[in-house]
Design a protein around this ligand. Structure first.
Ligand code: SF4
Ligand code: SF4
Length: 179
């Protein structure tokens, strides 16, 4: 038969447990929080953070850095990139689409890009109301000179070389963007 505790022992144990609980609350209340109060406070983001994709321009000249080589399009496992070269000028891009809603932010496209044009930005606030709004065209993707300058410094990228004048004898065939 189990030993029965008297009332005094039970009250004492209960009081000790309450004191232990209050001690834990007091200890945790004096510690610095490990989380940030987003959205009032932005979390610290790093150069290697992989968020919304964008296209750089040359920070000194404003020239678009995409040479329409399509390496990013080929490497993308999600097939969410469509690059349309300019049919009238070799090495020039006419349109560029990225379905940011399909992207899994693996960063492969940024690794193969020979001109550091396509990059992951630190912008993770890209929720929208429709899936169609997450398909960004070249206008929405292309960063300003100041933004590109910021990312070249932030990611410690080598300064881009000025591109040679485009060859206007190219006969590249135009393609349809991904839906
Ligand atoms: S980050 Fe990955 S999934 Fe997203 S576009 Fe680039 S290669 Fe495709
Ligand atoms: S890999 Fe870079 S240069 Fe080539 S098409 Fe993509 S963004 Fe343009």
């Amino acid at each position: 038969m189990p030993e029965q505790k008297n009332v005094f022992t039970e009250v004492l144990e209960g009081a000790l447990n309450i004191a232990k609980g209050l001690g834990t609350v007091a200890l945790q209340s004096t510690r610095d929080p490990v989380s940030t109060s987003y959205p009032d406070e932005m979390p610290e983001l790093y150069a290697a953070s992989r968020h919304r994709l964008a296209l750089n321009v040359n920070p000194s000249t404003g020239e678009h850095l995409c040479i329409a080589c399509k390496q990013c399009e080929r490497v993308c496992p999600d097939q969410c990139i469509t690059v349309i070269p300019d049919p009238t000028a070799k090495g020039k891009v006419k349109e560029f689409y990225i379905d940011q809603g399909l992207c899994m932010f693996c960063g492969l496209c940024t690794e193969v890009c020979p001109t550091d044009c396509i990059i992951n930005t630190v912008d993770f606030e890209m929720s929208d109301y429709t899936r169609e709004d997450l398909v960004f065209d070249i206008k929405k993707l292309t960063l300003s000179k100041n933004q590109s300058e910021f990312y070249f410094k932030f990611k410690n990228l080598p300064a881009p070389k000025v591109k040679p004048a485009p060859n206007t004898n190219s006969t590249t065939v135009e393609q349809t963007p991904a839906s």
